[in-house]
Design a protein. Sequence first.
Length: 195
Amino acid sequence: MKTYQDYYFKKAKKEKYPARSVYKLQEIDKKFRLFKKGQKVLDLGACPGSWSLWASQKVGEKGLVVAVDLNPLSIELPGWVQVFTCDATSPNEELQETLEKEGPFDLVISDMAPKTTGIKFADQARSYELALTALEVALNWLKKGGCFIVKIFAGPDVPEFLKETRKHFKSVKQVKPKSSRAESKEFFVVGLEKK
Ligand SMILES: C[S@@+](CC[C@H](N)C(=O)[O-])C[C@H]1O[C@@H](n2cnc3c(N)ncnc32)[C@H](O)[C@@H]1O
């Protein structure tokens, strides 16, 4: 049976993105118009590389994408994408040097997700921790007026996360893209214009 999700899977294959998650980012950008030519983007949880590839196309060769993941990215990316295989919660020396050299960034985007265990509260708690890490990175490396996109799983910690994010951004939105599985607990928090 042809399902809704098959549509995004096939679309990604046809358009040569390694994962259908690219359409979540596209939907968010369609709503808020965040990506522009020449920007510097920090992409956390970048493997297999759909977001980084699409971001690199949006910012163009005068821009920069710094991609970070625990796992190596599996695709070829243009020269203005720098890839770091390390933990975003504890940047290695190379990543730290690059952040210092290239920062501050226009956008910090995080699609980081924990390995799910099926234990709802454990998965949600880990997702919250990753989202907090992404927020911390964003606060360190985003320029004033810069924007932040972060994935988080719905759960009891979300109000606290939103409260914390609102302290640092002029406006904070919640988005559940159509391309995100309805049964998935994930959604995205978008921080507009860092104070
Ligand atoms: C849903 S995938 C990202 C998909 C990616 N945005 C794309 O479009 O190709 C989530 C990723 O988060 C990464 N991740 C989880 N915890 C991380 C951490 N502490 N540091 C860096 N990456 C992490 C995982 O390794 C995984 O590759």
